[in-house]
Ligand binder design. Structure first.
Ligand code: BGC
Length: 393
């Protein structure tokens, strides 16, 4: 019965008829694989390939749907977004997220953090050192001389507790123990994914601690609006709601300055091709091997627009809204052609995806002039990011 429902769902989705499909979704239990391969390399993730046991905890794949025909697949291993199917200008579903077809490759020694929630501190902390409440802490050094995305075993490698609230909402929680990966405090983290009917994927993050600590959570999805597996993102148009960015040293640690983007390759105040200036002679671009920097978003309160990206091939437009002060625009410069275990056998190469990671600025714990990432007992960390999709016909 369940298999029949999934078969029906897959067929409806492939033919673009999901909006009329009313079948309710819970944790995937049937192998959609046998029915899921379709046009244009689109493959509905096979939930059976994500069933597993890691650190004595069960791993599953969960599916979210909305009334508008979009679908998101999320695994509780690393709280990762595995696929996100949205409609293109021909009303066909396109998977805009890079990733793998099964759990195993996500467990490998991957430095790519595909689709993951990264933490306890997203992005870099210089030499893995910081002090809070007069005590200094040493984190794991996993990126040159620095700590990146929480260390070797950050939140992206943990099995989160999952609760599917309804067919469009998944709640994930994780308790990061005091001293885990070197950070102080037991940190209770909750991340809620919800796929809204207005074609948006909303991610709400919250956390509390029992000792003063630092927190910076984000999602590390790699997007290609031409469809995952397409060769490049340099043909996408990008706008960033930012007049400044934080320049970095050769190890990608911010210098502490905020530079104006005007007159530089970092100016995305008006829609511009990602590839327009990416290969310019510029010391900062050289440090990142392309774009891999934090933009300082225009100040405002609450949820506000941070970025707009579009593909002329599919007509897909993605807006990013956030409550965070910064956004890391990373143009996939460290993706190399040896990632040959992508979805449906795809190879993911150099600049074949981009990340837009809403965040507090990198290395904030060591940069007194940056907005603070300190969380104290009694306070609640809370932030929302939304990826909203539409099409240009
Ligand atoms: C960083 C890049 C890094 C990538 C990991 C991004 O958030 O800014 O420098 O290579 O994550 O794949």
């Amino acid at each position: 019965m369940k298999t029949n429902q999934n078969l029906l769902f897959a067929l409806l989705l492939i033919s673009g008829g999901l909006a009329s499909c009313n079948s309710s979704s819970t944790k995937n239990t049937a192998a959609a694989d046998s029915v899921g391969t379709s046009t244009a390399g689109l493959k509905i993730p096979d939930s059976a390939a994500f069933e597993g046991q890691v650190d004595n905890k069960k791993v599953h794949l969960y599916t979210l749907k909305n009334q508008s025909g979009d679908q998101a697949s999320i695994t509780n291993f690393g709280a990762r977004l595995v696929s996100l199917l949205v409609k293109d200008n021909k009303d066909q579903p396109v998977d805009v997220i890079l990733g793998h077809d099964s759990l195993k490759p996500y467990q490998g020694k991957s430095e790519n953090y595909f689709g993951a929630v990264v933490g306890r501190y997203g992005n870099r902390i210089a030499k893995g050192k910081f002090s809070v409440d007069g005590k200094s802490y040493q984190l794991e050094i996993n990126n040159g001389q620095n700590t990146l995305h929480g260390g070797f075993n950050g939140f992206y490698k943990k099995v989160w507790d999952a609760k599917q609230i309804d067919d469009h909402t998944l709640e994930l929680s994780y308790l990061a123990k005091d001293a885990e990966a070197g950070y102080p405090g037991n940190l209770n983290v909750k991340v809620t994914y919800s796929l809204e009917d207005d074609h948006s994927l909303k991610i709400s993050y919250s956390a509390t601690t029992d000792k003063t600590t630092v927190v910076n959570l984000t999602n590390h999805a790699y997007f290609n609006l031409n469809g995952a597996g397409d060769k490049t993102i340099t043909d996408h148009m990008l706008t960033l709601e930012a007049d400044g960015y934080t320049p970095v040293d050769t190890t990608l640690i911010p210098t502490g300055k905020i530079e104006k983007v005007a007159g530089t390759p970092f100016d995305f105040t008006k829609a511009k091709l990602i590839g327009a200036n990416i290969n310019d002679e510029n010391a900062q671009l050289k440090n990142g091997k392309g774009y891999d920097h934090n933009w300082v978003l225009r100040k405002g309160t609450g949820l506000r627009k941070a970025a707009t990206v579009s593909s002329s091939k599919t007509g897909i437009v993605m807006e990013v809204l956030t409550e965070e002060p910064g956004i890391q625009f990373y143009s996939g410069n460290f993706l190399t052609n040896d990632i040959n275990n992508g979805k449906a056998g795809a190879t993911y190469g150099y600049r074949s995806a981009f990340c837009l990671e809403t965040q507090h600025f990198p290395d904030s714990p060591n940069q007194p002039s940056f907005p603070s990432t300190v969380l104290k007992p009694g306070a609640t960390y809370h932030t929302i990011t939304v990826y909203k999709f539409s099409v240009k016909k």
